[in-house]
Design a protein around this ligand. Structure first.
Ligand code: ADP
Ligand code: ASP
Ligand code: MG
Length: 404
């Protein structure tokens, strides 16, 4: 008998037929003699609709109220999925994040887990019940509902698998696993059978929506192997774990993040400390800055260019303006619709030539590179958003990722 945590994303529970299919799948696992804890997301489209409603009322809705609002999506699914299990004769019970003991800090909309007790999950399992837990949500020490950021049900599943010492953690979605690129953008992308946490983490952080990056970070820190697989079929998925036994591939996959804003700070004083002050103000507001370039100063002024996530643009703009007011000069120019495209692979540590292959492929297709950044196992470029999909396809084929 194994203890299995299964997470079903929004597309896997989007309507009653899908919820019935998921219930049948869960029951089959129970009938094989296993204990099953299920984490579910809001039904496909629900969270987006709730966000749109809030934004129609206010351009920057209050974070605490957003958590209150968005957490209802998952709460609907836990009850429906539990009822669907009852309908086929499988004992089951639902639990909210709070009831499952998912205790977080108070950073509404991006809360961090500080403790996971699991509540009475083990007791319910011992009574022969499936426990269906609301993903994406937790509770702070004062009892206020918090959420883990978009895609946060992945984190709920991996954290529960760790806390309950589950034997298996499966993340069910609408594709067969993690591919060499988003299969919706690159039709000949291939499923990757195994990935190291580090690679999955870079792919997720660089925009591969299939897994939430914070979930992968948690899996990496706590060594929780997991499998990404399709809820629509029984194909084997992608195993994500500490090490892989795959042959030495230099580039494992291509990721794309279309939600980037380019921020240009012009007319900065060209003197030691100016750039550090700008970044100090940005880091005080927890804005994540990426792809930084400072040009050569001329006539005593310099330009600083970087990218931020589109939804953090207004916070970044405010922080930089406050800094410029203190410096007494400088101007902020925002250019949105940027896309960041990254190639990722552990093999990049020991191989050169990745940049030249990537830049040549883009140049041959007339795609202009605006910014570049690198890390040990990743190389990213920023290009115009309209060119993003073409750039991903061109890079994917330049590294022969469509070939066996
Ligand atoms: P869920 O609702 O199950 O959480 P998501 O929509 O969050 O599902 O993630 C699945 C989607 O991620 C896929 O439909 C696919 O379009 C997208 N995706 C992006 N990059 C990749 C990739 N490298 N491999 C697989 N899917 C990817
Ligand atoms: N419902 C949340 C979202 O859409 C969390 C999740 O699906 O993982 O982002
Ligand atoms: Mg998701």
């Amino acid at each position: 008998m194994a203890l299995i945590v299964k997470k079903f994303g929004g597309t896997s529970v989007k309507d009653l037929d899908r919820i019935r299919a998921v219930a049948t799948r869960i029951k089959a696992t129970c009938d094989e003699g296993n204990q099953v804890v299920v984490v579910v997301s809001a039904r496909g489209g629900v969270t987006n609709r709730l966000v749109a409603d809030a934004k129609a009322l206010h351009p920057h809705p209050d974070d605490r109220e957003m958590d209150m609002l968005l957490s209802i999506g998952e709460q609907e699914t836990i009850a429906l999925a539990t009822i669907a299990l009852h309908a086929i004769g499988q004992p089951a019970v639902s639990r909210t994040g709070a009831q499952a003991g998912m205790i977080t800090n108070s950073a509404h909309t991006k809360a961090r887990l500080i403790d996971i007790s699991g509540g009475d999950i083990l007791e319910q399992l011992a009574h022969g019940k499936v426990v269906i837990v609301a993903g994406f949500q937790g509770v702070n020490s004062s009892g206020h509902i918090t959420t883990f950021g978009r895609g946060g049900s992945d984190l709920s599943a991996i954290a529960l698998a760790a806390a309950l010492k589950a034997d298996v953690c499966q993340i069910y979605t609408d594709v067969d696993g993690v591919y060499t690129a988003d299969p919706r953008v690159v039709p000949n992308a291939r499923k990757i059978p195994e990935l190291a946490y580090e690679e999955m983490l870079e792919l997720a952080s660089m925009g591969s929506k299939v897994m939430q990056s914070r979930a992968v970070e948690f899996a990496n820190k706590n060594n929780v192997p997991f499998e990404v697989r399709n809820s629509y079929n029984n194909n084997p998925g992608t195993m994500v774990k500490l090490d892989t036994t795959l042959e030495d591939v230099v580039v494992r996959g291509v990721a794309c993040d279309k939600n980037q804003t380019k921020v240009v700070v012009s007319e900065l004083p060209d003197q030691p400390g100016a750039a550090s002050k700008v970044f100090q103000y940005l880091s005080d507001t927890n804005v994540n800055v990426d792809m930084i370039v400072q040009n050569v100063g001329r006539d005593g002024v310099a330009n600083l260019t970087f990218t931020v996530a589109a939804d953090e643009t207004h916070i970044a703009e405010k922080a930089v303006n406050e800094c410029l007011a203190v410096l007494g000069q400088g101007e902020v120019i925002l250019a949105d619709s940027m896309a960041k495209i990254s190639v990722v692979g552990i093999g990049m540590r020991s191989h050169s030539g990745v940049a030249s292959t990537m830049f040549t492929a883009l140049a041959e297709h007339g795609i202009n590179i605006q910014l570049i950044s690198t890390s040990e196992i990743k190389l990213s470029v920023a290009v115009d958003s309209e060119k993003a999909d073409e750039a991903v396809r061109v890079i994917h084929s330049a590294f022969d990722l469509d070939k066996e």
